[in-house]
Design a protein around this ligand. Sequence first.
Ligand SMILES: C[S@@+](CC[C@H](N)C(=O)[O-])C[C@H]1O[C@@H](n2cnc3c(N)ncnc32)[C@H](O)[C@@H]1O
Length: 285
Amino acid sequence: MPLAAVKYSRGMFIFPSAQPAPHRSFSEEVAALNRYFGGLKSGGNAYVIGDPARPGQKWHIYYATEYPEQPMVNLEMCMTGLDKKKASVFFKTSADGHTTCAKEMTQLSGISEIIPEMEICDFDFEPCGYSMNAIHDSAFSTIHVTPEDGFSYASYEVMGFDATALAYGDLVKRVLRCFGPSEFSVAVTIFGGRGQAATWGKKLDADVYDCNNMVEQELPGGGLLIYQSFSAAEYAVVGSPKSVLHCFERENMENAAPVKDGKLANLLCWEEEDAMEEKDGVLVE
Ligand SMILES: C[S@@+](CC[C@H](N)C(=O)[O-])C[C@H]1O[C@@H](n2cnc3c(N)ncnc32)[C@H](O)[C@@H]1O
């Protein structure tokens, strides 16, 4: 089967120094991806987007394609600082000795209600953690939950759905209800133009969360990426999960300097180290 397109995307690593190669920096990841996919017609295209004032909230994306893409919408959410009570659902054994299996976690958390038509294949980890993949017609969805306090994290992704049949804001609210994060980001990738993307091409209004940042980035193949990050207003105080994450701020300084044709490609969030790395000639294609 010939390869049509590839997209690799992620937010920030909570423990970047614990990552094995090639995940020690985004530039290393991009170099590895280019070895496999750089030969596609668009070449490898790498972007780091976000607000330079918030180095802990960056979105990394690599994209390469052979053809212009078919119309499609893709949503990716990264959530940190999960509500402790909601996160406790993803521990197999509770304090009173009650054990919960993956099927029950899917129901109790509200995951089964995000898109009720989805057929879900779920999995529980020992002693905690949860993953699921789900399908319905051409739609695909996946969730991964790390519920441990101090570095709790959940990701949600859905693609291949009918953008006119699902409302962006309502879907995001149903996901947030499952996890109650203190911070989260949404990355919506649209192919085929905003016109067919209905509510998905618009700015997200997320109730009790403040939007810190919104960035739009065009992609090759006619794509558009709309990235927004949010913080819960009440979490801007000491003692929150955010203050725990603060301990890892230095570790979070990833050397993200994607290159294309020897140049930094559309780097909207640029740290000093990145420029130095490029000057030193470390980043070569
Ligand atoms: C749901 S898994 C998903 C990891 C995956 N890298 C992700 O986030 O997409 C992570 C959770 O499962 C737990 N876990 C237990 N055994 C694990 C294993 N063998 N591999 C990965 N995670 C495990 C972790 O402690 C964590 O809470």
